[in-house]
Structures are given as C-alpha cells and as structure tokens.
Design a protein around this ligand. Structure first.
Ligand code: FAD
Length: 416
C-alpha cells in the first residue's frame, strides 16, 4: 500500500500539470496512468477559446470567458484562476527551457496541415505565427519518404488563404535506405534524425539557396524530438530566422515534446509516476475516498491519499464509458446525465457546423470541481475532476481542449 498527499489518476496534460502544481506546493504526489494522454496525438498547441456559439472567431479569449455561464467549466473555474493557470503554465515551460509564445488576451491564427488556419492562444516557439505574418514568400518543406505529410496540399491551401504570398514547395532528401524490408518513415523518425548535427547540416545544405529575409520555411513537425529548441535554433541561424512547423496527422511530435517536458518537470519535482497503472475501483467511506485500486495481471495495488484528482479524459482516453442509453465514469462509478434516447446524443449529420450534444457530456461538478449527482448532491468531498472528463463544454467546436485541461488542473490544486 502506498500513501501520498495527492493521487492523480491520468497522465494527459491535465493530470501531468496538476501533478506538477501539487508537487510545487510541497505535496507528495503519485500519478497513476494507464497510457499516454491525447497531447501526443493532438499537438502541443493550447487553445483557450477559439469560436463562440455562433461560430465567430473569438478575438480575446479572456473577455469571452467572462461571458460564459454554468455548467461550462470556465464558469466554475473563474476568470482569475484561468489567468493564473495560463501564467503558471507559461512559467513552467519557461523554467524548463521550452518557452511558449502567446497570451490569453489574443487568439493567433495558427497554420494547419491543410494550408488553412485555426485560432489558438499558446504555441511552442516552433509555431511562431508572427513569422507567418511577416514573410511574403512561403516554402513548404517536404521530406522524401516521410509519410502523412502533403506539402502540395498545404501549398495549394495557402495559395487560397494567402493570395498575396508567393508559395512553393521543396523536397529534402533523407539518408534512409528504401525497399520492401524497410518500414515507412514517420515524423518522429525524422525528428530523432535531426537531433544529430550532421543531419541538420544536411537539411540546411538543401535549403539555404532559397533562404532570404522574407522567405519562411514551413516544416512538418520534425524539428527535434527533445523539448529544448536546439534544432529549431540551428535551423533558424542558417535560414535567416524564418522557420516554423505545422501540425500534421497524428501522432504529433509537437505534442510529444510538450508531453516529454511535463513528464520531466513532474519527475524533477519528485512526482512518483506509475505507468501502466489501470485504476479500476476505489474504496470510500461515506463521501470520502480512502484509496484507489490498480490491477496488473493478477496483482491488485492500493493507493491511499488525502486528495484525488481524476484526470482520465473522455471516451477517447477511457475516462468515461458510453453504452446504450447510459454514460458513466468507471472508477468512482459516477453516472453522467445523458438523454435515454441515443438518437438525441448527436445531430444526424456530424459536420453540421454546430456544437454536438455528445461532445459536451462528462462529469458534472460543483464549483470546486467535486463530482455531484443529478440532484446536485456531493458524491465525493476529496475527489476533483479535471480536463476532458468534465462535462459542459464541446472542446472540439469551441477550441478549448488544452485550455480547460490546464485551467481546471490549476483550479483543483489551488483548493488543496
Ligand atoms: C485529434 C485531437 C486533436 C486535438 N487538438 C487540440 C488542439 O490543437 N488544441 C487543444 O487545445 N486541444 C486539442 N485537443 C483536445 C485536447 O487534446 C484534450 O482536450 C486534452 O488533451 C485533454 O487532456 P486530459 O488530460 O483531460 O485527457 P487525456 O489526454 O485523454 O488523458 C487521459 C489520461 O488518463 C489515462 N487513463 C484513462 N483511464 C485510466 C484509468 N482507468 N487508470 C489510469 N489511467 C487512465 C489515459 O491513459 C491518459 O493518460 C485535441 C484532441 C484530439 C483527440
């Protein structure tokens, strides 16, 4: 049996950030996680609030958050904690030598993998949207053998969205052997290759004839594996400072770096991270959770704590389970209020341009993020729900996923 001040369940962005914040408050923290969170799939861009209910782009996310009503998680967290959470995240990244750009008062237009743009608030240094605004010539950099990156498609997209810019593509040759015995090359393979100085020089050699003060090189997400911007800085030095990455089809190396950064910070702060820990149940007395249980093969392990943070994500991460007419959270056995008729869970056409009802389903909580039932009765006094497990918002439509994750984590830990 293990005993800590705080047990965090889930190793996505909300769980990792909550664990770091609790450890910074000198709490002993154990983080139990079955697998990696959505960060490594989704990219490390932090959306705070992108679109309002009518589909209009939000200019100032903080101002917009002030207008939100319950049950939206931001309305429970409150504007002050939203602001503090973003500052805490930016500081953590800076301290870890992997600073983020942007601020909560402004949405930036982040270039996408199809040559369009999406509104987002905080980006890694490798996605500096100011460079995009400044440069008049765009060169989309492809790598021969790299799968799932379509430079031509991106170039065509930008030629429509940025008609005043001059757009071209270039293909960099990779030093890989090819043939039936070799597997496809992923963005992570190239990112690992570029950690080597000779490989960086090889890429620079193939691009430098096109470099100029107003030419921006748009890379796939391959600019190094480790969260330290070393590869980015070397490329920038050689290419007049104008280098950015766009996100690509998952898995995403930009998110992978942020995930690696948070894991490193958590470990440095003394968080005990237990991987492949599938939490399947809890032991409670009244509304007080005493411990949670994990199972590996036939072994059951017990983790006792004063406070528990539930950061297990939504259906995608296994945090909530959907059945016919029912949705529930399986560890604490929390019923989620959903229509009995499954047909009401979604609009007939998925891409309607409206928020989807099913996307807002999640655990209902009080303003301290503790779970409550449909009669507003408190279910657990020492369990706090964070991130995608929360109900009341459609992260995909409004573009608020990682924002709600970090802000709810901050709000939960602020109360411990
Ligand atoms: C394809 C895609 C693209 C996205 N793009 C963006 C974007 O550009 N910007 C943005 O802001 N947001 C984006 N999002 C949303 C964002 O990724 C999520 O909102 C956010 O990652 C949620 O984080 P989380 O920590 O709450 O949950 P998750 O990241 O899902 O993490 C849940 C964790 O809990 C663990 N877990 C689950 N059940 C158990 C259990 N029983 N025992 C132990 N561990 C368990 C999982 O293994 C995982 O580690 C995207 C999401 C997707 C899917």
């Amino acid at each position: 049996m293990s005993k800590s001040d705080v047990v965090v369940i889930g190793g996505g962005i909300s769980g990792l950030f909550a664990a770091c914040l609790a450890a910074k408050k000198k709490k002993s923290v154990t983080l139990l996680s079955y697998g990696q969170g959505a960060l490594a799939v989704a990219g490390g861009i932090i959306d705070i609030f992108g679109y309002d209910q009518d589909g209009n782009m939000v200019k100032d996310p903080l101002e917009h958050i002030k207008t939100l009503a319950l049950p939206h998680p931001y309305a429970k967290i409150g504007v002050d904690h939203v602001k503090e959470a973003v500052d805490a995240f930016l500081n953590l990244c800076k301290e870890s030598n992997y600073p983020y750009l942007g601020n909560i008062r402004e949405n930036q237009l982040v270039p996408t993998a199809i040559g369009g743009f999406k509104p987002s608030c905080l980006t890694p240094m490798s996605i500096d949207t100011n460079l995009f605004k400044k440069c008049t010539k765009l060169v989309v950099v492809d790598f021969d053998l790299l799968k799932d990156f379509y430079a031509q498609l991106i170039a065509e997209g930008f030629s429509k969205t940025c008609p005043n810019k001059q757009i071209s593509t270039i293909t960099v040759k990779l030093p890989y052997e090819t043939g039936p015995h070799f597997r496809d090359v992923s963005a992570l393979d190239v990112a690992r290759l570029l950690e080597d100085d000779v490989s960086i020089l090889n890429v620079i050699e193939q691009l430098k004839s096109k470099a100029s003060a107003d030419t921006l090189f748009i890379f796939p997400p391959v600019i190094g594996e480790t969260p330290n911007n070393r590869v980015l800085n070397k490329l920038k030095q050689a290419l007049c400072g104008n280098v950015i990455e766009v996100s690509a089809i998952p898995p995403s190396v930009t998110g992978y770096r942020t995930d690696a950064m948070l894991v490193k910070i958590a470990k440095t702060l003394g968080v005990e991270i237990i991987e492949k820990a599938n939490v399947f149940s809890c032991v409670k007395e009244g509304t007080h959770c005493k411990k949670v249980l994990t199972q590996n093969y036939s072994h059951v392990y017990e983790y006792e704590a004063d406070e528990f943070i539930l950061a297990t994500g939504g259906i995608f991460g296994g945090g909530t389970v959907a059945q016919m007419s029912r949705m529930f959270e399986p560890i604490f056995n929390i019923e989620i209020d959903v229509p009995k008729d499954n047909q009401q869970w979604s609009y007939q056409y998925l891409f309607t341009g409206k928020p989807q009802p099913f996307a807002t389903y999640g655990i209902n909580t009080d303003e301290s993020l503790r779970p409550i039932d449909s009669n507003n009765q408190l279910l657990y006094d020492n369990v706090r729900v964070v991130g995608r497990a929360l109900g009341g918002y459609d992260f995909c439509y409004e573009k608020s996923g990682n924002g709600v994750a970090i802000c709810s984590a901050y709000h939960a830990i602020a109360q411990i």
